[in-house]
Design a protein around this ligand. Structure first.
Ligand code: GLN
Length: 193
């Protein structure tokens, strides 16, 4: 089984760990560069992207993350993790940085105050419906030509799941449902690389 790290400085680490194991991977927490070196792929969980960025800098994990992603390591980001994988963000705090890797613009807290949280059934990667939970979720404002759109919400208006080569991102939290379809898709990506 592939060894998949979960970025564990902030976010819903336990839920992703459980979903990865159910999807057939060995999941390990990643808090330091030495731990990052040993994994075949990485999940960046849901949580708070501003805190993730600050902690990644303090724990000297931001540059190593960028380097591994440049080197082709598969990574999957959900919600705050999607923000972390975006090359460009809107609605970030002053100076907010990301790890980057996916050629897209992601808008933080895009789904607005009136609907901070909601659930929807979405077609994911043409594999049929999955349950998606959105919590103060971002959406993808625009994507570059190398980015594949895997799911849309709001009657097709909003891009909420994308893939660019070995990088996967969702606006929503599949780790909070019983459905490990998205995690299985990512584990397959790691196996293929
Ligand atoms: N709004 C959060 C952020 O900007 C993301 C919310 C989430 O991960 N559920 O990081």
């Amino acid at each position: 089984a592939p060894t998949i790290g979960v970025f564990a400085l902030q976010g819903d680490v336990r839920e992703h760990t459980r979903a990865l194991e159910e999807a057939g991977a060995r999941a390990v927490a990643v808090r330091r560069p030495g731990e990052l070196e040993k994994v075949d792929g990485l999940v960046i969980p849901g949580g708070e992207s501003t805190t993730m960025w600050k902690l990644a800098e303090i724990f000297e994990l931001l540059e190593p993350l960028r380097q591994r992603i440049k080197g082709g390591m598969p990574a999957y980001g959900s919600c705050a993790g999607m923000i972390m994988l975006a090359d460009r963000i809107e609605g970030g705090i002053e100076g907010q940085q990301t790890v980057g890797g996916i050629d897209m613009v992601v808008r933080r807290n895009a789904f607005g105050r009136q609907v901070d949280s909601f659930e929807a059934d979405l077609d994911f990667a043409g594999r049929g419906a999955i349950r998606a939970i959105f919590i103060r979720a971002p959406w993808v404002e625009s994507v570059g030509s190398d980015v594949e759109v895997l799911a849309r919400a709001e009657a097709g208006d909003r891009i909420v799941a994308v893939r660019q080569g070995p990088l996967l991102a969702t606006s929503f939290h599949p780790e909070l449902t019983g459905d490990v379809g998205v995690h299985s898709y990512f584990v397959d990506m790691v196996r293929e690389l």
